[in-house]
Design a protein around this ligand. Structure first.
Ligand code: TGC
Ligand code: FAD
Length: 434
């Protein structure tokens, strides 16, 4: 399959060369064609280097840098060579789950005693940054598992639940998902209708969740549902429970290498020991979202850096009007503005990471970072697409895939406008959600 794809890519490269240079001399055409083909193969090799104009690396420990480089090596080896193919085929590479487990990408901040990494929040951020530099869908798999499945089980679960689930989730033996959103309740999860009734020796769960990352392959689902008093609780549903199904969502143009689906509960008997006892109310899932949104703030910068780095290299190689396009002021403006925004976001992330480590980070600070960084990553992907010209729309470069992925990232974990309203509430003390 890969060989066939490579041949197709190679032929497509020749076609572009001929099309562009058909009125010029043939030697120029062949050289251009060979150069374009070589450039594409080099881009497949993944030569990524992160920008660091403000020496943010000086703020990182040696351990942070080591963690970052081991994740980057993993991404270059296990994700970059295949991701365009997975995304084009809308294929979730299930084998990545075990590999992420071996790498330590699941639950980096969960204590080692439960199989986690026992690392700090800057390490967690760097891991998300590097994985999303490879692909947002791959980061989704890791951040859902760590922040939205392991975190609530660790934070609100019983000791028995922690011991049963966390080590297997950390190692990638089990894959988890997080069910909050419903068909009629996205931005407003407090309106959820999924519910459970106390039947003496078990709970009976009914309802449906939609847009759930990992759901079609998940072994375990952390599900948020209302009790008979309308109070929200977290429950653990295991695959195989009668009445529990996970239909896959097809036809996405975004996060195509991530598996998304529904969770359908039709009179599912949930053992009483599967209720998370430590916290109830909407605040419980919102605490999980704080952790995941923090990871996204870092992850989005990974995608932005990949677009910037690809555009910088392409601009230096691509000749128009007899010069590299990097020599034109308008191209330099785009690159300079990209680097400016990335640099500001690197500093923002680092500071937010310190606050997370100190246990002082607030929801408003996390919202600001998620909203700002995803938006700037989207804008950078669009500018990088312009710099790549026609090549920017192809899978030869990562740009269009990042751009399409980021359209999901700007919506999930709270939309761009919901985060603006969270900030508005922080500033004024007046919630403007309703
Ligand atoms: P509101 O009245 O503001 O709050 C309800 C209760 O929750 C408390 N609370 C928090 N507690 C802890 N941490 C936080 N961050 C909290 N924020 C609020 C609050 O104090 C209150 O407590 P209590 O005791 O008074 O009941 O709630 P609201 O209904 O007005 O909603 C506020 C709003 C709109 C901001 C919130 O619901 C929201 O964030 N909506 C967006 C929904 C969302 O983000 N969904 C994400 C689904 S998961 C997902 O997308 C995963 S994608 C993963 C991937 O693939 O990477
Ligand atoms: P809506 O809430 O219907 O919003 C539509 C529009 O209305 C948005 O622009 C929004 O900003 C705006 N809007 C809504 N309310 C207001 C308001 N008060 N003021 C101003 N504007 C408003 N959910 C999970 O639970 N688990 C997952 O794993 C998960 N994974 C996902 C993966 C993907 C690929 C996607 C696309 C979504 C995923 N989600 C998941 C769901 C995601 O969190 C929701 O899509 C998101 O919260 C928005 O909900 P919605 O799509 O219903 O949009």
């Amino acid at each position: 399959m890969n060989c066939i794809r490579w041949n197709l890519i190679y032929q497509k490269g020749l076609f572009y060369g001929k099309f562009e240079y058909r009125t010029d001399n043939h030697i120029c055409m062949d050289l251009q064609s060979q150069n374009a083909s070589k450039a594409r193969k080099i881009s497949k090799q993944d030569l990524f280097e992160h920008p660091d104009l403000y020496k943010v690396d000086d703020l990182l420990s040696e351990e942070h840098k080591l963690i970052r480089s081991s994740i980057r090596d993993f991404v270059k080896r296990e994700i970059s060579p295949y991701i365009e193919d997975w995304a084009q085929r809308s294929h979730f590479p299930y084998e990545i789950v075990k590999k992420f487990g071996n790498l330590g990408a699941f639950g980096p901040t969960i204590p080692v005693a439960y199989g986690g990494g026992g690392l700090d929040y800057i390490s967690y951020g760097l891991i998300m940054q590097e994985i999303e530099r490879g692909d947002s869908g791959m980061r989704s798999t890791a951040s859902v598992q760590g922040s939205l499945v392991m975190y609530p089980i660790y934070k609100f679960g019983s000791e028995q639940q922690r011991k049963k689930y966390l080590p297997k989730l950390a190692s990638g033996e089990w894959l988890g998902c997080f069910g909050l959103t419903e068909p009629d309740h996205g931005s407003n999860p407090s309106g959820m209708v999924t519910n459970f009734k106390d039947k003496g020796d078990h709970y009976l769960l009914n309802g449906a969740k939609m847009w759930i990352s990992n759901s079609p392959k998940a072994d375990v689902a952390v599900v948020w549902a209302k009790d008979e008093n309308g109070r929200i609780h977290g429950l653990i549903a295991d695959r195989g429970m009668p009445g529990f199904t996970t239909p896959e969502t097809h036809g996405k143009w975004s996060l195509r290498a991530s598996s998304t689906g529904e969770l359908v509960f039709d009179n599912v008997k949930i053992p009483k020991e599967n209720l998370l006892p430590g916290k109830s109310g909407l605040g419980a899932p919102l605490m999980c979202l704080d952790s995941a949104r923090y990871g996204i703030a870092w992850g989005a910068i990974g995608a932005a850096m990949d677009c910037y780095d690809a555009a910088r290299r392409y601009a230096a190689d691509r000749i128009q009007f007899g010069k590299p396009i990097a020599s034109f002021q308008l191209v330099q403006k785009k690159l300079a503005e990209m680097l400016t925004e990335i640099t500001k976001a690197q500093l923002l992330n680092w500071r937010l990471g310190v606050l997370m480590n100190e246990g002082k980070a607030t929801t408003a600070q996390i919202s600001l970072a998620k909203r700002n960084n995803v938006q700037l990553a989207l804008e950078i992907s669009r500018e990088a697409r312009q710099i790549h010209g026609g090549m920017g729309i192809t899978g030869e470069y990562p740009i269009m895939r990042h751009m399409m992925n980021l359209e999901s990232v700007v919506t999930y974990e709270g939309t761009h406008d919901i985060h603006l309203l969270i900030l508005g509430n922080e500033i004024t003390g007046i919630p403007a959600f309703v």
